[in-house]
Design a protein around this ligand. Structure first.
Ligand code: SAM
Length: 316
């Protein structure tokens, strides 16, 4: 994938928009299948009743399991056991973060970057006046709408789809959709940054900072291992490729990653970085470290921009 950055917008990549049928779009189906499995667990960490409908509706995933009982080796399956539980835990942690952030900061503007099949606009108990902007590529959002329309799903916040490629001029698309850079925002980049080239991540973080009024918050996920290929023969990667034909390592950008937490700190944000395992311990369930672990470098970063005297809208 080749990239250059132009005025805050990342352009010129060769990633194609094939919706959820192939390429990076299929990873949205993978997360949906994991959420479906999590939803039906007796000790579920997160509930997403829409997830299994996405899985069934897409030819690429129609035969995938949506319950652990459908998986012969159950929890021992590296993909539908441990990896799916990882997504269940991640969903729960980020659900909690978003709701805590809107309540604590008074922000009523939420932006989901690379929203995929995230149904938080439909699932979570948003405060009145909340607006959820969902950015993803047009074909992914079109598939999502088709399924949600069939289900006659009702959003629990004002929901604004923003069909745009994050390598194009997404700022114009977002502001045209009603986003107000003068108001605090809660941002989420879940399962996104490692698919983008390093320059795109750097640009995206800088743009988020530029568009964030004081009091804004951001959560994102990164992979920090210096050599992604070191775990190429891990059970997680091997199993995901063998069972559903998704070669995650082929989709991940391989170049060294930027230190986005440091970039945000330089701009005055406060950041906290956690491993997923920190939350496994907190919740009493979830993945634990293992040998040759494809999750070893995964980090969840939470960042807050201080409210300053110039912050135009503070919580009322
Ligand atoms: N955040 C969602 C979630 O956790 O359910 C989706 C995660 S999925 C693993 C990655 C998503 O990033 C896909 O929906 C994909 O279409 C989106 N994505 C990847 N590259 C993108 C780009 N250049 N512009 C917009 N979206 C992109």
């Amino acid at each position: 994938m080749s990239t250059h950055v132009d005025g805050g917008n990342v352009v010129g990549t060769t990633q194609h928009d094939t919706g959820v049928a192939s390429g990076v779009g299929t990873t949205a189906l993978l997360v949906a299948a994991a959420r479906a499995i999590e939803t039906h667990r007796h000790d579920s960490l997160a509930q997403d009743a829409f997830a299994e409908h996405f899985v069934r509706a897409a030819p690429a995933s129609a035969g995938w399991p949506t319950r652990l009982e459908h998986v012969p080796d159950g929890d021992a399956n590296p993909l539908w056991g441990r990896f799916a539980r990882y997504f269940g835990l991640r969903t729960r942690v980020l659900d909690d973060y978003l709701l805590t952030s809107v309540r604590a900061t008074g922000a009523r503007q939420i932006v989901l970057l690379g929203a995929g099949l995230d149904t938080r606009a439909f699932r979570l108990d948003w405060p009145p006046g909340s607006v959820v902007h969902e950015i993803d590529r047009a074909e992914v959002l079109a598939f999502k709408h088709e399924v949600l329309d069939t289900l006659q799903a009702t959003a629990r916040a004002a929901r604004v789809p923003v069909p745009v490629d994050l390598r194009a001029d997404w700022v114009t698309a977002l502001t045209d959709s009603g986003f107000d850079p003068g108001a605090p925002t809660v941002w989420l980049a879940e399962g996104l940054l490692f698919y983008l080239p390093a320059a795109a991540e750097t640009s995206l973080i800088a743009t988020v900072n530029r568009l964030s009024a004081g009091g804004s918050a951001l959560a994102y996920e990164v992979k920090l291992e210096p050599d992604l290929m070191a775990h190429r023969d891990s059970p997680l990667y091997i199993s995901t490729n063998a069972q559903i034909g998704i070669d995650l390592l082929d989709l991940f950008a391989k170049e060294p990653r930027p230190d986005s937490a440091a970039a945000l700190t330089d701009k005055g944000w406060s950041t906290s970085t956690y491993t997923p395992f920190d939350f496994t311990h907190r919740h009493g369930r979830g993945p634990l470290p293992e040998a040759n672990d494809a999750l070893a470098g995964n980090r969840w970063v939470f960042a807050q921009k201080p409210s300053g005297p110039t912050s135009p809208s503070r919580p009322r």
